[in-house]
Design a protein around this ligand. Structure first.
Ligand code: AMP
Length: 122
């Protein structure tokens, strides 16, 4: 794949672009969002560069399930498993800016109280 056709997240996965990488396995990586919208804001990114959620097919079922499991594991790891949100922006009009599927994991920090003021709809 030429550099021009790689997504931003593929370039991060391949270490062409630096990131704050929290986790990696054969299927996905987890990085900290560069512009966090909450005290905890991680991105769970499949290595397969599916542009949007709607571009996934039944063949991608195991990948999609894996992303959810890892999101939960990461929430546990960062002690926010009692209160976190998952966001997937699908399409530019929904706020998607990087066309490589990713799950936003958003939470207040483990020591922060409540969830009501967390504006994570971006
Ligand atoms: P979305 O708007 O749903 O496509 O989300 C894209 C997310 O990627 C945004 O929250 C950005 O802040 C984040 N982002 C963009 N560039 C980087 C980067 N180099 N490292 C980490 N996160 C990034």
């Amino acid at each position: 794949m030429s550099d021009m056709s790689k997504t931003l997240f593929t370039r991060i996965i391949e270490r062409e672009i630096p990131s704050d990488m929290l986790y990696e396995d054969d299927v996905c990586v987890v990085i900290n969002d560069i512009v966090p919208q909450a005290p905890v804001h991680m991105l769970v990114i499949p290595k397969k560069p599916l542009p949007r959620l709607v571009d996934a097919t039944v063949e991608d079922q195991a990948i999609l399930g894996h992303l959810l499991l890892i999101a939960g594991e990461m929430a546990r790891k960062f002690s926010v498993d009692e209160a976190f949100r998952l966001v997937v922006n699908n399409g530019a009009d929904a706020g998607q800016t990087v066309f490589h599927l990713h799950l936003h994991v958003l939470a207040k920090g483990a020591d922060d109280e409540g969830f009501s003021e967390l504006d994570i709809a971006n």
